[in-house]
Design a protein. Structure first.
Length: 336
């Protein structure tokens, strides 16, 4: 019923063209936050994480977010270029089969922490050849959680110019007249005193524009900028980067959202580890889609990694503050 109602344009007496354009902007902003069209989100639980938001201003890392991962990886051995094909937890330990070029590589361990995006997990359940396979198959409760939680899309068009022409604005947007394309270049963010703009493609537009060529996307972007800034806007950027996360084989989208078939509890189910046939925890899960308090965020993914590191340590080497491992009898009795 809601879908049928949405097809009807509001009558002029209810909302004029300017009002429609403004509400299209706000709808696009909501679709940016959810990573999907509003009609795909749960009306009941779409904002279930709001109570846990960190207070304070938002900020942008001047040198880019990869500085965080580079710092965190210091001292670690990170094998790049290896595509995971199979995660086998059927016997003692876990065997992860990877392909590196034409070479097959197998990593063995006591346990495995799976951090692949939810979009890749969904593709794995569908039996696609370009997604990792679990042996044995994941239990039914885990598969249901993977299927029910939504995984959306958001794309960025990054434009580099010779110099800024946007008058030191912190952000500026476009209020679309057409609701179908309301998420297309709906907002632009300048980057930290640099001649760089980041344009957002949200909602249905994030999916539709992935099939457009770079030339078409750039032409649309420059047309919008020209309509805002006139002759101050250059004819074309010096350089550009256009993301297409939905068709990226190692992402299949951007971040999770609560669909009508899911709730905040679904995040907890996705976070639960999976046992082998003997009941031993073998495959653990982390990522933004496993953190109900901070989903769809870098800090949510990071915190989920800390959570699982602790869980794996508890499982494999024991929990030092558990009554089962505490040598102090008085402290042990307090913990029971």
């Amino acid at each position: 019923m809601l879908g049928e109602f949405s097809k009807q344009e509001p009558p002029p007496v209810f909302m004029n063209e300017l009002d429609r354009s403004l509400i299209n902007f706000h709808f696009a902003n909501l679709e940016y936050g959810n990573g999907t069209s509003l009609f795909n989100s749960s009306m009941k639980d779409w904002n279930q994480d709001d109570d846990y938001e960190f207070e304070g201003p938002h900020c942008m890392v001047r040198e880019g977010l990869d500085t965080l991962t580079t710092s965190l990886s210091n001292g670690l051995v990170v094998e790049l270029g290896q595509v995971v094909e199979q995660i086998d937890y059927s016997n003692n330990g876990v065997r992860v089969k990877c392909v590196y070029g034409n070479k097959e590589i197998v990593h063995t361990a006591d346990a495995c922490l799976c951090t692949v995006p939810l979009g890749v997990l969904k593709r794995s359940l569908s039996g696609k050849a370009d997604a990792p396979v679990f042996l044995p198959s994941l239990p039914a409760w885990k598969q249901k959680a993977i299927e029910s939680l939504g995984f959306g899309n958001l794309n960025k068009v990054i434009l580099t110019f010779e110099k800024p022409f946007w008058n030191q604005l912190q952000a500026f947007g476009r209020a679309a007249e057409n609701s179908l394309s309301r998420g297309e270049f709906y907002i632009f963010y300048p980057v930290c005193d640099m001649p760089v703009l980041i344009a957002m493609m949200a909602g249905a537009s994030a999916f539709v524009t992935e099939s457009f060529s770079d030339e078409v996307i750039l032409s649309k972007a420059m047309k919008i900028l020209s309509s805002i800034f006139g002759q101050a806007c250059p004819r074309e950027p010096l350089d550009s980067v256009i993301t297409r996360w939905h068709t990226d084989a190692f992402a299949r989208g951007c971040y999770s959202y609560v669909s009508p078939d899911s709730s905040g509890d679904t995040y907890d189910e996705l976070a639960m580890p999976v046992c082998d046939a003997q009941g031993r925890l073998k495959v653990f899960f982390a990522g933004e889609h496993t953190n109900r308090n901070y989903p769809s965020s870098v800090h949510g993914a990071f915190l989920s990694g800390l959570r699982e590191a602790g869980r794996i340590a508890d499982e494999l080497i024991g929990c030092p503050y558990s009554p089962f491992y505490c040598e102090d009898e008085e402290m042990s009795s307090l913990l029971e």
